[in-house]
Design a protein around this ligand. Structure first.
Ligand code: HEC
Ligand code: HEC
Ligand code: HEC
Ligand code: HEC
Ligand code: HEC
Length: 160
């Protein structure tokens, strides 16, 4: 049934044109149990298992977006490209080139990522120990370290 229907059916009349590898994909691979209406049309809706299996590179560990089309086409998984400089307003330079996506795009959020240095590095600045930090191991120091990591200024009790 599907074959005959496929010969006559113009899939580009749906919101999901068949391109690349999808052209030769059997109808039933996407329309499981001959269900047509309401077929999921996002890449991740069908390819999340492929994403999870990746090792070179490990997509989950790198925090890649789940919108495969940002880097892939529908032709093949190999040969993907992501050029942050060309595709966004924030070129990756220096140490940022090797920085994991997910350290800047926390929780997989890409839109509205801060672009100013202090938007991301203010916590580093605040975490820096004051010059007079006493040696570690005293309960007092442990407490002040916690305070620093919470992003607040070190309490005045740690100052001489
Ligand atoms: C790679 C996956 C994929 C393949 C292969 C595929 N389809 Fe689809 N198809 C979809 C998606 C996704 C939609 C939903 C598009 C939308 O929301 O409008 C869809 C929608 C449809 C619809 C409209 C459903 C409705 O009621 O809105 C029909 C009919 C259909 N496909 C038939 C076929 C036939 C026949 C084949 C084989 C020649 C085929 N499809 C192959 C993914 C696929
Ligand atoms: C409705 C399900 C569905 C959707 C939506 C869908 N795909 Fe597919 N795709 C398939 C199936 C089924 C195959 C056949 C091979 C397979 O099982 O992985 C396939 C094959 C592929 C292949 C070839 C894989 C290989 O091993 O050669 C690529 C690349 C691909 N899809 C990319 C995408 C991208 C990018 C999107 C989003 C724009 C997308 N697909 C959306 C179901 C889907
Ligand atoms: C930020 C860019 C980016 C995004 C987004 C992305 N990929 Fe990739 N992907 C890559 C790169 C780069 C490669 C390596 C390509 C190569 O080796 O030629 C790759 C390779 C792969 C491979 C083959 C390597 C392996 O270890 O199996 C698969 C499968 C794959 N991606 C699936 C996906 C799927 C599924 C999605 C979406 C759910 C996705 N990718 C989203 C960049 C991306
Ligand atoms: C050093 C921090 C940093 C790293 C690392 C980084 N990005 Fe970004 N990214 C940004 C900033 C800043 C923007 C600009 C956001 C904007 O234009 O609103 C951005 C924008 C983006 C956008 C466009 C978002 C949108 O829709 O406007 C995508 C997609 C993206 N990055 C993906 C990635 C991927 C994939 C990686 C890893 C390969 C990565 N980024 C690594 C900081 C980073
Ligand atoms: C979207 C967040 C983001 C923005 C914006 C950003 N950075 Fe970064 N930067 C990071 C992350 C995440 C790292 C890697 C983790 C770390 O070392 O803190 C990093 C690393 C660095 C490093 C290396 C630090 C080290 O310890 O090795 C330097 C230097 C740096 N950034 C400078 C800057 C400067 C200068 C700007 C402004 C032009 C800037 N960054 C903007 C997130 C950002």
């Amino acid at each position: 049934m599907c074959k005959r229907k496929g010969a006559l059916f113009d899939h580009s009349k749906t919101k999901f044109a068949l391109t690349g590898a999808h052209v030769a994909t059997p109808c039933q691979s996407c329309h499981i149990g001959n269900k047509y209406a309401g077929t999921v049309s996002t890449c991740e809706g069908c390819h999340t298992p492929d994403y999870q299996k990746t090792s070179t590179p490990n997509h989950a560990a790198a925090g890649f977006p789940k919108d495969c089309i940002v880097c892939h086409t529908t032709t093949q998984w190999k040969g993907a490209k992501f050029d942050h400089t060309a595709m966004t307003k924030f070129p990756l330079t220096g140490a940022h080139v090797q920085t994991q996506c997910s350290l800047c795009h926390v929780n997989g959020v890409y839109k509205g990522t801060p672009q100013t240095c202090d938007g991301c590095h203010l916590p580093d600045y605040q975490k820096r120990p004051p010059p007079t930090t006493p040696p570690p191991a005293s309960p007092k120091t442990a407490r002040s370290a916690t305070t620093r990591h919470s992003g607040r200024a070190p309490s005045s009790t740690t100052r001489p």
